[in-house]
Design a protein around this ligand. Structure first.
Ligand code: ZN
Length: 366
């Protein structure tokens, strides 16, 4: 999709990368840091916010925008993937039924129920601009029957989410131009007929955009075939969200397949693990190639940086690269100062924003 999508908190130009503010924060960064880096929208997770501090508390505080001091668009992930991951690792903590997910956060903890209706109610109470339907993400190695069941469940829950969404906004008499967007998530693993079935059912229900659900990357780090199928099976005039994608080279590949929106914890998590991304040649002048050879990672703990006076990336215009040397960042990591995480996260997020800006130019030139 070309251009921008309009949201209750302003237009969002495509393509866009949304950093994961899973618990309502991008660790060690505040809203002014994100704005300075060029971030235009962020992604929170309703599952984590339901558990802590609770959606009611956030609503009482004026909603998620006020709470985080973020004035731009906010997407809220449904939490389906997080509950799946929780139960996949510890099946005794809960179960799945037609109603939704029943789970406990720990064996002696309270029982929670995440239903499609509750999921939408929570996202609306947060005040999110982009909402996701609750989906059922089957694991990468499940039986064909389990994969089929995951698709059926996803379609039924998506229908229920659409109904709850329309009902609440109709009751509140919110005019169409002030409504948030509701996105459906296409499941079906690596089975082309299940992906088709899921996409066709979701299209019939009708959503404002469509997300890729499931496992986007193979063991060898390549994008799975299904990432491309989902683009072909969803309308080209609606935004397509590559959920959880990903590494810089995977983001470039998914963009060229037709995705417009991306979220991934990788740049900020890597920053905290001292892994910083550097373009091999200025991305503003050189189109990223197909592979991963347009950038490299530098590791701040390496002894060669002890006296390294260079910035992380001499071609980068971020706060970290404009003001500080690799030697200083190495020192900050060694003494475990919080500024190390902040500067490294700012740099890696700026890398992603520069990459997205380069891709936007590529699409405009088409
Ligand atoms: Zn930088």
């Amino acid at each position: 999709m070309h251009g921008a999508i309009s949201t209750p908190h302003g237009p969002l130009t495509l393509p866009a990368y949304l950093p994961d503010a899973t618990r309502g924060v991008i660790r060690s960064l505040d809203a002014t840091d994100l704005d300075a880096v060029g971030v235009r929208a962020v992604m929170v997770n309703v599952f984590h916010l339901l558990n802590r501090p609770g959606v009611r508390l956030i609503a009482e505080q004026g909603g998620i925008h006020r709470f985080m001091n973020w004035t731009g668009p906010i997407a809220a992930d449904s939490g389906g993937f997080q509950v799946f991951s929780l139960l996949d690792g510890a099946p005794k903590l809960g179960s799945v039924s037609n109603k939704g997910f029943t789970y406990r956060l720990d064996p002696s903890g309270k029982k929670h129920l995440l239903t499609p209706a509750k999921c939408i109610q929570a996202q609306l109470r947060l005040g999110a601009d982009l909402l996701f339907c609750l989906d059922y993400c089957a694991g990468p190695d499940v039986s064909p029957q389990a994969l089929r069941q995951g698709v059926r469940q996803t379609v039924e829950w998506s229908r229920a989410c659409r109904e709850t969404f329309d009902q609440i906004l109709d009751e509140q008499r919110i005019p169409p131009e002030r409504r948030p967007l509701l996105l459906g998530v296409v499941q079906g693993g690596e089975d082309p007929s299940l992906r088709r079935e899921c996409a066709e059912c979701l299209r019939e229900i009708g959503f404002d955009g469509y997300g890729f659900g499931g496992w986007p990357v193979t063991d060898s780090g390549r994008l799975t075939e299904s990432v491309g199928w989902v683009v072909d099976l969803t309308p080209s005039d609606k935004p397509r969200f590559a959920l959880g994608i990903g590494k810089p080279e995977n983001l470039v590949q998914a963009f060229r397949l037709g995705y417009d929106l991306f979220d991934c914890v990788m740049p900020t998590r890597d920053a905290r693990h001292r892994r910083l991304y550097v373009f091999n040649q200025s991305v503003e002048q050189q189109r990223p190639g197909k592979g991963a050879d347009f950038y490299r990672c530098i590791y701040m703990e390496d002894a060669k940086h002890v006296r390294d006076p260079e910035p992380v990336d001499p071609g980068c215009d971020c706060l970290c690269c404009r003001g500080y040397s690799r030697a200083y960042l190495h020192h900050l990591f060694r003494i475990k100062d919080g500024l190390a995480h902040r500067l490294a996260s700012i740099h890696n997020l700026r890398f992603y924003q520069r990459l997205i800006a380069a891709l936007a130019t590529e699409r405009t030139a088409q």
